[in-house]
Design a protein around this ligand. Structure first.
Ligand code: PGA
Length: 343
């Protein structure tokens, strides 16, 4: 019995149903040495296997072990041979957001919108772009309705005497459906803290905006073995503040990977995404852990998106620099095809 690509690449595979039942304390029942792919099965997969859906059948289960703030994952085959494989552990739809940050002019945005309008996008993907505030109206009135609009920030409560801020009500009035909150540039450049970000999320949700909730560790935190501590603390701040996770997408964005060209490896991203899903299961609910999209951000581009998308707990991307180029952003959206089942 052998398992295809992502299992072979990382040993980090998990099953959609079994993932939600693994334990941090159970010993792995089988040797990691079993986590080896058959070249012949790989060849079958790459050799014209048809795809029939977006959900992988149960084939393997992962066991996650925390030790000194680092994760070790080993995998164990199930008894049934795999009928098909899809790289998707959560049950949410693939989600790709383009964060344009503080970039663009009326002219460059006209061109970007035109490129996006002309792009062929996979149907089964939620696609969102976040223009700078001042161009939201231009984008909303010229961009295809296929793509939703997000803000890059919002005020923590109802609008009023808050010079320079933009309220959730105003964003809704302009046609926004989403807001990015907790982005590392707001945390570490502007100085927003966990509690403030949590309050912003709660207010935005209460007014009907979806929230792209960003978390992620700095390089020194990763090097100090604190990746999970940092991510869990940031998650907790959201969890403590929000009444529901229905309209939240979690974006794991390691700060060292943002805008640096140093993308996390698929294995590094998958490791944290598994841990985030597990945290949600333990601290919110099994249902929320399953349906919440956990997307990856940090130097995602047209060249690396496919390998990342193959990882089971990567439910999409938040894209900065590469989202400023329409065709490349479309290619990233379309990496959702990596989630299809090998029947
Ligand atoms: P990047 O930015 O893709 O340019 O690294 C990602 C982000 O900040 O959301």
């Amino acid at each position: 019995m052998w398992y295809p690509f992502s299992f072979a690449q990382s040993h980090l595979v998990s099953s959609p149903s079994l993932l939600r039942h693994y334990s941090h304390t159970d010993p792995p029942p089988l040797s990691p040495a079993m986590a080896v792919v058959s070249p012949s099965f790989s060849a079958q997969i790459s050799g014209g296997t048809t795809f029939s859906g977006l959900r992988r059948s149960d084939a393997v289960v992962s066991f996650v072990h925390h030790s000194n703030s680092s994760l070790r994952l080993v995998s164990s085959p199930c008894r049934q041979p795999p009928r098909g494989v899809v790289a998707m552990a959560g049950t949410g739809k693939f989600f790709v957001g383009g964060n344009w940050k503080c970039n663009g002019t009326k002219d460059s945005i006209t061109k970007l919108v035109s490129d996006l309008n002309n792009a062929k996008l996979e149907t089964n993907v939620d696609v969102v772009v976040a223009p700078p505030f001042v161009y939201i109206d231009q984008v909303k009135s010229s961009l295809t309705d296929r793509i939703e609009i997000s803000a890059q920030n919002s005020w923590v409560g109802k609008g009023g005497a808050f010079t320079g801020e933009i309220s959730v009500e105003q964003l809704k009035d302009m046609g926004c459906k989403w807001v990015i909150l907790g982005h590392s540039e707001r945390r570490h450049v502007i100085g927003e803290n966990d509690e403030f970000i949590g309050k912003k999320a709660a207010y935005a949700l209460s007014e009907g905006l979806g929230v792209i909730a960003c978390i992620g560790e700095k390089l020194e935190e990763r090097e100090a073995g604190k990746t999970f501590d940092v991510c869990f603390q940031q998650l907790k701040a959201f969890a403590d503040a929000v009444p529901s996770w229905d309209d939240i997408v979690v974006a794991y964005e390691p700060v060292w990977a943002i805008g640096t060209g140093k993308v996390a490896s698929p294995q590094q991203a998958q490791e944290v995404h598994v841990a985030v899903r597990d945290w949600l299961k333990k601290n919110v609910s099994e249902e929320v852990a399953s349906k919440t999209r956990i997307i990856y951000g940090g130097s995602v581009n047209g060249g690396n998106c496919s390998e990342l998308a193959k990882e089971e707990d990567i439910d999409g991307f938040l894209v900065g620099g590469a989202s400023l180029k329409g065709p490349e952003f479309a290619a990233i959206v379309n990496s959702a095809v990596e989630k299809k089942v090998a029947a």
